[in-house]
Design a protein around this ligand. Structure first.
Ligand SMILES: [Zn+2]
Ligand SMILES: [Zn+2]
Length: 142
């Protein structure tokens, strides 16, 4: 369902539907930025992120985001790297290295299972409390 939001980039109010919280104008601008960066790293695979940012006038934070989103790929010899948010190892795109992604997926499964256990015990505790609540209610009535 569309709703009114503030664009994260230009703070303008726009109708938000899906995806990143930016307006159409900024989306278009970001596409252009992405194209500039993509072309530059292809032409200059040895450039650092500061050099790319200076040449394309695209902020480094945005370049990092393109990398994290997996849209932008850099060559193996590129000094531009991301770090796994979990173990800090060098990665080329995304948020986690392959090992951590695997482990996190497994952890999430385990967490899901224990969350279900928690929910189940909450429900049974509520059932136990029904009698107690009824008793309190009766006492108040008298
Ligand atoms: Zn905008
Ligand atoms: Zn890792």
């Amino acid at each position: 369902m569309p709703e009114v939001r503030n664009c994260k980039r230009c703070k303008k109010i726009f109708m938000y539907v899906l995806g990143p919280q930016i307006c159409d104008e900024c989306k278009k601008r970001e596409e252009e930025d992405y194209e500039k960066v993509r072309r530059f790293v292809k032409d200059y695979p040895g450039a650092t992120i500061q050099e790319v940012s200076a040449a394309t006038e695209v902020p480094t934070t945005l370049i990092y985001r393109f990398l994290r989103e997996g849209r932008l790929e850099v060559s193996d010899e590129s000094p531009i790297t991301l770090q796994c948010e979990n173990c800090g190892v060098r990665i080329r795109s995304g948020r986690f290295c392959i090992e951590c992604s695997k482990r996190l997926a497994r952890d999430m499964l385990n967490a899901g299972r224990s969350l279900n256990d928690v929910l189940r015990s909450e429900v049974s505790r509520d059932k136990d409390n029904v009698g107690l609540r009824y008793l309190h209610g009766e006492r108040k009535d008298k």
